[in-house]
Write a protein that binds this ligand. Structure first.
Ligand code: UGA
Length: 435
């Protein structure tokens, strides 16, 4: 099938690459021609495992093209995915200006029937506005359907998630739209992946409700970790115990320094606002946010309780990305942690396999911040090591080497990547466990 994706950001590119890999022909539209030549050669300025390879393969096979010409992109196919950003506005609401702009552009270039699909995360009932906008601005009386097909991709595993979805959710209003989706997602339904067909507002709501629920799960285990730490129980054991209940499930019960990234913080806030706009107080989610914000503060308090005074101490930090396998630092706990430690005049030695360049834009090197390219070099003469992101290379690090490099063998682990029982040679502190 022929597909247009509007937006060449993270979601747009993954969607384009994966649909092309499944045998479709995809035209991806970019807003400006900045970096378009690079994109046309499959060179990306984001790090997502497997994405460059997949894009380059499909570009070479002629299954993906990029353009900045909206008219060409709309006329190209009957299936148009809107994959533009919906960032947080000052009030916490989702800023839908890009969705609105794209809706007008689609309308003004309608030349035949189109299935217009919201993939961007939007508040419930946004589809009504998109529909109204397309009707208002359409030059001709051309038929179209509006649908919602939210994405559930995680950064770092986006290609795997796209190809192996827990579920595909589509919200449609017509039989015609339903049949197009059935054909589009046939490679998945043939393999037994569930396709849930519902209406557009329900699909929109499912997205916000999923992310908020997962964020709530993380805050729940983090709150439990405080209790565990006080009474001397290992929070992982509790997570295993409750997670074995199929109704609860073990995933997203990893205690630590809380959630970050471009999705959970923004989507929880937006969902609280959506409820508020409908006269409801989503106190449960306000508490979720509060618990999450406290994680960073508690981690800093822990550091202070262990090191006493930070001034002039060499503190190594392993991990700056908001999670492993990405270079994304948006709303990462590392930002608050580094900022606060920097303010206490600590001598910071930072390392991340992928995110250092992005982090340098916020925290350039100075007399008390140094970036390293090797995780062990980062530890040279360090008084303490903080683990902020659980990259595999930290989990599998040579701890003997770690100890040799450090001045003091103090590890403060914000992600619980090591077993406390095997850390005898270190002064090892973690979250929600017996330290
Ligand atoms: C999240 C959702 O998992 C995706 O389904 C969704 O499509 C995406 O948001 C989105 O809306 O675009 P993502 O933010 O990429 O994906 O990453 P997650 O793996 O969900 O992790 C989010 C944050 O939660 C990270 O900071 C991670 O460290 C933290 N986390 C996760 C925990 O603290 N504990 C856990 O047990 C799991």
């Amino acid at each position: 099938m022929k597909i247009t994706t509007i937006g060449a950001g993270y979601v747009g590119l993954v969607t384009a690459a994966c649909f092309a890999e499944l045998g479709n022909e995809v035209l991806c539209i970019k807003r400006t021609d900045k970096n378009i030549e690079k994109l046309q050669n499959g060179i990306l300025n984001i790090y997502e495992p497997g994405l460059t390879k997949l894009l380059q393969k499909n570009i070479k096979e002629g299954k993906i093209r990029f353009t900045t010409n909206i008219k060409e992109a709309i006329e190209y196919s009957d299936i148009i995915f809107i994959c533009v950003g919906t960032p947080q506005s000052e009030t916490g609401k989702a800023d839908l200006s890009q969705v609105e702009e794209v809706s007008r552009q689609i309308a003004q270039n309608l030349n035949s029937y189109k299935l217009i699909i919201e993939k961007s995360t939007v508040p419930v009932n946004t589809y009504q506005w998109v529909k109204k906008t397309v009707i208002r601005y359409a030059n001709e009386n051309v038929e179209f359907d509006l649908a919602s097909n939210p994405e559930f991709l995680r950064e770092g595993t986006a290609i795997y998630d796209f190809m192996n979805p827990d579920r595909i959710v589509v919200g449609v209003e017509s039989e015609r739209a339903k049949q197009i989706f059935k054909e589009l997602y046939k490679p998945f339904t043939d393999k037994g992946y569930p396709l849930l067909i519902t209406n557009p507002p329900a699909a929109e709501l499912i997205k916000h409700a999923s992310n908020s629920f997962l964020a709530m799960k993380i805050s729940y285990i983090n709150m439990l970790s405080d209790l565990c730490e006080t009474v001397g129980i290992d929070v992982n054991m509790v997570a295993d115990g409750i997670g074995l209940d199929n109704r609860i499930g073990r995933s997203f019960l990893n205690a630590g320094i809380g959630y970050g990234g471009s999705c959970f913080p923004k989507d929880v806030k937006a969902f609280i606002k959506i409820a508020e706009d409908h006269g409801l107080d989503f106190g449960l989610l306000r508490e979720t946010e509060k618990i999450n914000a406290e994680r960073r503060i508690k981690f800093l308090e822990k550091i202070e309780n262990i090191l006493w005074i930070n001034k002039s101490k060499k503190i190594a930090v392993w991990g700056l990305a908001f999670k492993p396998n990405t270079d994304d630092i948006r709303d990462a706990p590392s930002i608050d942690i580094v900022r606060e430690l920097h303010d206490t005049d600590a001598n910071l030695r930072l390392y991340d396999p992928e995110a250092s360049e992005n982090f340098k834009k916020l925290f350039p090197e100075d007399e008390s911040i140094t970036y390293f390219k090797d995780k062990y070099e980062t530890l040279k003469d360090a008084d303490a090591l903080l683990i902020v992101t659980e990259w595999d290379e930290f989990v599998n690090a040579d701890l003997k080497k770690v100890k040799t490099f450090m001045r003091l063998p103090i590890i403060i682990d914000g992600r619980n990547i090591y077993e406390s029982s095997t850390m005898g040679e270190f002064e090892y502190y973690s979250i929600g466990r017996v330290n």
